[in-house]
Design a protein around this ligand. Structure first.
Ligand SMILES: Cc1ncc(C[n+]2csc(CCOP(=O)(O)OP(=O)(O)O)c2C)c(N)n1
Ligand SMILES: [Mg+2]
Length: 585
């Protein structure tokens, strides 16, 4: 049995399951229990001590059940990883202004990744006459939501218990509606700790049946079909799409019907089989040159919530392949545009804009059974399967060697690559199911990898798919204490650290600067190396409850080390493998 497993009310002292609603926070906990939220990730804090008590002693620590975290950034990253797998929001409780300050980068990542989550914040008494000396004053800010307003979809600071109940219900509805993004409700400690003269009416949260996503209108479907019917070289840019298997199959069917070539993006979860003949180029974080060629050659581009369409077209042009195609862009993302955050990217030169859920557009297009002319793409060379490239020679372990060895160790049973490090080659990603790879962090905020891995492990717990996160050592070290939450709740998880003892991505930037300025490239490691001392990652992981043997630096030892760790994780353990990789390829 897992630590703090709320089997019945076991583990709770004196709770008999029938506690009356007496305090403001009891009513809030009651409302939360009706919102289909299984977990609430948190770092405790006195600004929500009332709610904390109610979640435990009124609600029995279930629906939502608390997940203790060692940093607010991890609590949000866990909800982010959970949402990437399930598409559903978790709750997160964040203490006052200071906890929110810790949480900010993770909220920004979740915002950029368009995932739902309900963040329940708290503040010291808004009424100054009620503040305790010192601590309540430093943990109370005017308009606390202003800290994160540019990168949440909605926020509120209700001024009564009744308003708080409505606000929480509304927040839960808003975060799930497309396009999804985090929402924040700040609960004044005084409301939580208010004794209620009588239990308030709890809003009927079942009366929330509005559609979560909108399909395209008939005119948009008709015009898209007409453009597709005329196209000879259609190209689909598949971006932020669902983890649903039926949606996946429909995308394949649509591409096959029109003979469209498909590009996907390593920043997002996998949305199309990487080995399909219509997916000729491996995905990249930046646009690969071969894919730029396809953009230049296409006569119709159908962009389905592609991340940064304008920047992608500009990149293709800079590679010598300007797009001359007619462009259809299907996304609801304009609903989240604001002046502060530039993550909605530049102006898209589109011929048809379809403000709808892109997977619903795919469904609608497939419903038409009109005649289809065959596409006229020149035959493309299918990318070699990852296994055909083999393990490299030379000293040490390259990122590609690690990919090969990991693929072999995971063969035969499903796994979910929760995260890949920045140096991973797109050609080394082999994916045939929407949960084979979850994409990156949304906002490129380093330090999120461990927390998101734990969140994905939580979502996948009890299934047959093993969560595996391959993390850079910099990313791992920034967020590593998130591992404790996985160990504490016994969530099977494998973490592989691609350890180059460096913030290597930035070494490359310094090399570029040196080349541009005619300065010595040999200084590029200064200010980047994570050495002297070199952190002992296995010891660190063991201290947090993970299985971890010593660092693997010999290529011949890698298969056995990975096999042992995969075996441990598949049998329910938390395991980490620290792999010394060559920084240069
Ligand atoms: C919060 C944050 N700080 C700094 C950066 C800049 N940055 C981008 S990649 C990177 C290096 C990450 O190191 P690691 O995870 O070890 O990956 P490597 O580049 O070594 O493969 C850094 C520091 C960032 N993106 N986010
Ligand atoms: Mg590194």
């Amino acid at each position: 049995m897992r630590a703090e497993e709320p089997e019945g009310l076991e583990g709770l002292e004196g709770a008999d399951g029938d506690v009356p609603v007496e305090w403001g926070s009891d009513a809030m906990a009651e409302l939360l229990s009706r919102l289909d939220l299984r977990y609430i990730a948190l770092v405790p804090g006195s600004s929500y001590r009332g709610l904390h008590d109610s979640l435990v002693n009124y609600g029995g620590n279930r629906d939502p059940r608390m997940l203790v975290c060692l940093h607010e950034e991890h609590a949000v990253a866990i909800a982010h990883g959970y949402a990437k797998v399930t598409g559903r929001p978790m709750a997160v409780a964040i203490h006052s202004n200071v906890g929110l300050m810790h949480a900010t980068m993770a909220i920004y990542n979740a915002w950029c990744d368009r995932v739902p989550m309900l963040i329940v914040g708290a503040t010291g008494p808004v009424d100054a006459a009620r503040r305790r000396p010192w601590i309540d004053w430093i943990h109370t800010s005017a308009d606390q939501g202003a800290l994160i307003r540019p990168y949440v979809k909605w926020d509120d600071q209700p001024a009564s218990v009744e308003a708080a109940l409505d606000s929480l219900a509304q927040a839960h509805s808003i975060t799930r509606a497309a396009p999804s993004a985090p929402v924040y409700v700040c609960l004044d400690v005084s409301l939580q700790e208010q004794r209620l003269p009588a239990p308030p009416a709890i809003p009927d949260v079942r009366r929330d049946k509005s559609p979560r996503a909108h399909g395209p209108d008939a005119e948009a479907v008709r015009t898209t079909l007409e453009f597709l019917g005329r196209a000879r070289r259609p190209l689909f840019l598949l971006g932020r799409l669902s983890r649903d298997e039926q949606d996946w199959n429909r995308r394949v069917a649509l591409a096959e019907r029109y003979g469209a070539l498909v590009l996907s993006d390593l920043k997002n979860g996998v949305v199309f089989p990487t080995a399909h003949p219509l997916h000729p180029n491996p995905p990249g974080i930046f646009l690969p040159v071969a894919s730029a060629g396809l953009i230049g050659a296409a006569d119709l581009i159908l962009s389905l919530d592609w991340t940064d369409l304008a920047g992608t077209l500009a990149a293709a042009a800079s590679h010598g392949h300007p797009a001359s195609a007619r462009i259809i862009s299907c996304t609801t993302d304009s609903a989240l545009r604001n002046g502060w955050s530039k993550d909605s990217f530049g102006r898209e030169p589109v011929d048809l804009s379809v403000p709808a859920d892109p997977d619903l557009l795919v469904s609608a297009l497939l419903e038409s059974d009109g005649p289809v002319k065959p596409a006229e793409w020149p035959a493309t060379d299918a990318a070699p399967a990852p296994s055909a490239r083999g393990i490299g020679d030379g000293d040490g372990i390259s990122m590609h060697d690690l990919a090969e060895a990991l693929r072999a160790a995971l063969a035969g049973a499903p796994a979910c690559l929760v995260r890949l490090p920045l140096g991973w080659h797109g050609a080394d990603l082999e994916a045939g199911h929407p949960l084979d790879f979850l994409g990156m962090d949304g906002g490129a905020g380093i330090g999120s990898g461990p927390g998101m891995a734990v969140g994905a492990a939580l979502a996948l717990e009890g299934g047959d798919r093993l969560p595996v996160a391959v993390l850079g050592d910099g990313d791992f070290l920034m967020g590593g204490t998130a591992l404790w939450t996985a160990a504490h709740y016994r969530l099977p998880l494998l973490i592989v650290v691609a350890n180059n003892s460096s913030f290597y991505n930035d070494v490359v930037h310094q090399e570029r600067m040196a080349a541009q300025r005619g300065r010595p490239a040999k200084n590029s490691w200064i200010g980047q190396a994570i050495t002297e001392p070199e952190p002992d990652l296995p010891a660190f992981a063991r201290s947090l409850g993970f299985d971890a043997a010593g660092q693997v630096s010999d290529r011949s030892a890698l298969p056995a080390a990975l096999a042992a760790a995969v075996g441990a994780a598949r049998s329910g353990q938390c395991a980490l493998v620290d792999v010394r990789i060559r920084p240069d390829d």
